[in-house]
Every structure is written in C-alpha cells, then in structure tokens.
Design a binder for this molecule. Structure first.
Ligand code: A3P
Length: 302
C-alpha cells in the first residue's frame, strides 16, 4: 500500500534487516567506519524511547550541572545526531511546506563528527551492529528502551508531526505496519536485544524509560556513578527537578505550534507518561499486543 509522504524507498540493512531510508545505504559505511574517541559519549535508542530525556540527564551530569547552558542551547545542538542526513532529506521531501519550526534536529552529524572537538556527545537511532565495531570498547555508551506499546503510539504521532504520514493514517493502520516490521527502524526488538546483550559491558549503561519514570533519583545516582561524578543531594534534587516533564516540555528540540493548534498530541514532548498506550488500542489490538510482547520479551530476554 502506498503511504503518501512516507519515507521511500527503504533499504533493509544489517543482520536483522533494519528498515532505513535507502539513503542510509550510501552513508552506512561512513557511519560504521567513524573514528570513536575514548571521551565520546553516545546515547542510543529506538526512536521515541526517551532519548532526549536521557541525553539531557547525561549531558548535565557530565557538565557539572550547567543548567544555564542546557537552557540556552537545545540538546539537539549539544549532541551530533549521526545518521540525521539519511533522514533529513526525506523529512524535507515529505514536508515541502512544513511550518515545523526548528525542524533541523541537529547541527552536527556523521559528516561533521570527525571535526568536532572533544568531548563529543553523540545521539544515534542505529542499532549497535550498524555502529563502529570498536564503539563499546572505546567510549561510554547509553541505551534507553521503553515499553514498545508506548513507543509505537508516540511514534505514530511523530510520523504525523514530521509529515511522514498523512493525518488520515490511523493508529490501527500504523500498528499493523509496526507488527509487520514495515515502520522506520524496525525491528525494534532486535535493536533493543543488541544493546541489552551488552548490558554488562563496563562501557554500556542500559536504561528503561519506565525506571526513569518510577525512580529518577535512583537513575541519576547510577548515571553519576557510571560517569564517575559526585554531586550533593541538593544538586541532584535540582537535576531531578530540571528533568521533570513539565520543565523539559518547554525545551523541545522541535516546535510544531501550527500542528499543535490542530491536535495537542502533535508535539515532540507529547505526554511523557508510561502506560498511556492502553487508550489507543482496541480489544483486538490489545490481544495482538499481548502476542507482540511475548515475542519482544522472548527476543530481548529483558
Ligand atoms: P510521548 O510521546 O509518549 O510523550 P525520544 O526523545 O526518544 O524521541 O522520546 C520521546 C518521548 O519521550 C516522548 O514520549 C516524550 O514526551 C518523552 N519525554 C521527553 N522528555 C521527557 C521527560 N522529561 N519525562 C518524561 N518523558 C519525556
């Protein structure tokens, strides 16, 4: 079926046939062969898993809780989003009259990464198998995963917000495509498994969105330990406050005010909740979701 506006053509790439815009094929070798530096920090994830939230947490811990800079410079500028060019041209194509302000998701990407001064902060939605093979042995790597049912709901809205999909594509249809691995970056469970399998590597910190929601102070402590940083209780409380959704939602790297006026769900920082998927699934989809979750848990062993 033809989805007006969706990224195409696609390429299936890597060991699990990850679905990327065909343009990724032209850049895959450049990304795989990037030089990694020991003081790099990489934040990896499947889209909509809480990447931006974790990026902010990691950057602040590493930068002596410099809230002024974090407030003044968007997180999307402080991190290079390495595979962005493979997506961006497609975003531009699918949004010729876009009024999404600040649509550019990054200043830097794999083309400029080699010229950036250290320490470099890198965001990637690529699975580990598509990233430099010496990444984990060289730099600190974070991976955040989230309940796939919340991811898929959030991802549907993002597809509409970025005009990958026409507004008329209902969530039910999106969910069907997701189950068939026909959604950008699929299959989610393989990407998560790749990272989860490395969870005991001394340079890997694997986190769940749900644990950040449940006990952010505990996650802050773990990130501090992982990065070898110490802060007072007051400082960590301030960080905890800064990272609350109500504060961060005003610092979105994307502003889609025109879309938002039509539909309040069309925001990069949309709801910031766990378990919200329930209200978007009908009974049939809930049964399918149960089956998908069995597959997800079997694959990831999470
Ligand atoms: P929702 O659409 O469910 O609200 P990513 O950065 O990987 O694209 O993930 C985006 C998701 O993380 C969105 O989910 C967004 O609202 C949520 N998010 C971002 N900052 C957050 C925060 N401080 N607290 C909770 N959720 C946050």
């Amino acid at each position: 079926k033809y989805y007006k506006g969706y990224i195409r053509p696609f390429v299936r790439i890597g060991p699990h046939g990850y679905l990327w815009p065909a343009g990724y094929g032209d850049h895959a070798a450049d990304i795989y062969n990037l030089d990694v530096r020991p003081d790099d920090i990489w934040v990896t994830s499947y889209s909509r898993s809480g990447t931006t939230w974790l990026q902010e947490l990691v950057w602040l811990v590493q930068n002596n809780l410099d809230f002024d800079t974090a407030s003044a410079i968007p997180v999307s500028t402080r991190y290079a989003f390495i595979e962005y060019p493979t997506l961006a041209s497609e975003v531009r194509k699918s949004t010729p009259n876009s009024n999404i302000k600040g649509q550019r998701a990054t200043e830097d990407d794999y083309t400029t990464l080699p010229n950036l001064p250290s320490p470099r902060y890198v965001k990637s939605h690529s699975p580990l198998s598509l990233l430099p093979p010496n990444l984990l042995d060289t730099a600190k790597v974070f991976h955040i995963a989230r309940d796939p049912r919340d991811v898929v709901v959030s991802y549907h809205f993002m597809h509409i917000m970025f005009r990958y999909f026409d507004r008329s594509v209902q969530f039910k249809e999106f969910w069907e495509l997701f189950q068939k691995n026909l959604i950008l970056h699929a299959p989610l469970e393989e990407q998560v498994r790749e990272a989860w399998e490395q969870r005991d590597h001394p340079n890997m910190m694997f986190l769940l969105y749900e644990e950040m929601k449940k006990d952010l102070p505990a996650v802050i402590d773990r990130v501090c330990t992982f990065l070898g940083k110490e802060y007072t209780k007051e400082q960590k409380d301030k960080l905890n406050d800064y990272l609350q959704f109500d504060n961060m939602k005003n610092k979105s790297p994307f502003v889609s005010s025109e879309d938002e006026k039509k539909d309040s769900e069309l925001k990069f920082m949309r709801k910031g909740k766990s378990g919200g998927w329930v209200q978007y699934f009908d009974d049939q989809m809930k049964k399918e979701a149960e089956e998908y979750m069995k597959k997800y848990l079997m694959c990831t062993k999470l």
